[in-house]
Design a protein around this ligand. Structure first.
Ligand code: NDP
Length: 344
């Protein structure tokens, strides 16, 4: 059985959903929600393109983004949801949305004991290997549609030293023959280490990299207040918005720059579910974050292990494995034409 640990996109959405499904006791203010336990919301059945059927569950952590600044609450929400997944016997659960960010940034590895449960890390995955593979595939599929020849293109990776960013850089430099990688992050030493590992790539600030880039992969949570000089950007330019939340399309609207939601996959069949990220997808019955899909793929493949775990451990071999599984079981990466059809 696979598990998806998620959350609503906002406090307002969470309250609406709770009332719709009859959870009247959650009709309170943010403080009431802060003390709410995780909810085992529904069981899900998924059938692969191969015909294999698997069962899973969606657990809402009852975290909402408005709680991010409440460190202890955020930590408790994620750990309680993980405990629930383990106690229900779920073999592999993906930490979606902010839950994986909270896990890493608040170092929850140090909190393996939740009441009388010792969390078994092998039951959980961040889903980052599949996310990185999907972003690379989105780049390879969509840049040529805009007339961008990857063999001549400069690709900026914003968040290059992160877990997903470093995997994207490894893949792009080894597998796609892009002309040049532009490596962007704030701390210099990890950038220098990455450059050494890749034996290439140019380290630039964001302001320096953007005007040079034909493609920009955003795999950092950027501040909403980020100011970008639209005039200085190359045209055409493909922006892959791999961060969470996805907020770049509004920033670039009408500027002639093409923004693609990164790390999103579409399944071959409709799935009957009512999960927390529905509001973020154009086709909620089929589309999902690639990190969630990783838990399904590991279940399809009978691979019950913390496949994506820790930081900067994603290898090309692991990306090959999860990418092949993704295609075999009927996932496709979101492309610009899917987005255009949805907008029409
Ligand atoms: P990490 O924390 O491992 O990496 C973040 C990277 O961003 C680091 O390189 C960091 O380097 C850089 N960074 C952070 N802030 C800035 C800034 N202001 N300017 C430039 N660089 C910055 O994160 P992950 O790789 O795990 O995740 C990356 C993003 O992807 C997150 O936003 C996450 O939510 C999202 N994500 C999306 C998924 C999906 O859509 N399917 C699934 C999973 C994650 P430094 O600190 O040196 O600047």
């Amino acid at each position: 059985m696979f598990g998806l640990i998620g959350h609503s996109t906002s406090f307002e959405d969470a309250r609406k959903t709770a009332l719709q499904i009859g959870y009247d006791h959650l009709d309170g203010d943010l403080d009431v929600w802060c003390s709410a336990p995780p909810q085992f919301l529904e069981q899900i059945e998924v059938e692969s393109l191969t015909g294999k059927k698997i069962e899973g569950a969606y657990i809402d952590s009852c975290f909402v983004p408005e709680m991010l600044s409440r460190f202890k609450t955020a930590r408790r929400k994620v750990l309680n949801a993980m405990e629930m997944a383990q106690k229900r016997g779920i073999q592999i659960s993906a930490l979606g949305g902010f839950t994986s960010i909270i896990f890493e940034n608040f170092n929850l590895l140090k909190h393996q004991h939740v009441r009388n449960t010792t969390l078994e890390w092998e039951r959980f995955t961040t889903g980052n290997t599949h996310t990185a593979w999907v972003i690379c595939r989105q780049l390879e599929n969509n840049a040529p549609l805009l007339g961008i020849d990857l063999s001549k293109a400069r690709v900026a990776v914003v968040g290059a030293t992160g877990d997903i960013g470093s995997a994207v850089c490894r893949w792009l430099s080894a597998r796609t023959g892009v002309a040049e990688l532009l490596l962007v992050a704030r701390q210099q030493q990890p950038l220098i280490d990455l450059q050494t590992e890749l034996a290439g790539g140019r380290i630039l600030s964001l302001e320096e990299a953007l005007p040079e880039a034909d493609v920009v992969v955003w795999v950092a949570s950027m501040p909403r207040t980020l100011e970008i000089d639209m005039e200085s950007l190359r045209k055409p330019c493909l922006m892959i918005d791999g961060g969470y939340p996805k907020n770049l399309d509004a920033k670039f609207a009408g500027s002639g720059v093409h923004v693609l939601k990164g790390g999103i996959v579409e399944f071959c069949n409709d799935i009957s579910w009512d999960v927390g990220w529905i509001a973020e997808m154009d086709k909620p019955a089929r589309q999902m974050f690639a990190c969630f899909a990783e838990a399904m793929l590991l279940e399809f493949e009978n691979c019950h292990t913390n496949f994506s775990w820790g930081r900067n451990q994603i290898t090309l071999e692991k990306m090959d494995f999860i990418g092949m599984a993704s295609l075999r079981h009927g996932f496709s990466s979101l492309n610009l034409n899917h987005q255009l059809q949805a907008a029409a």
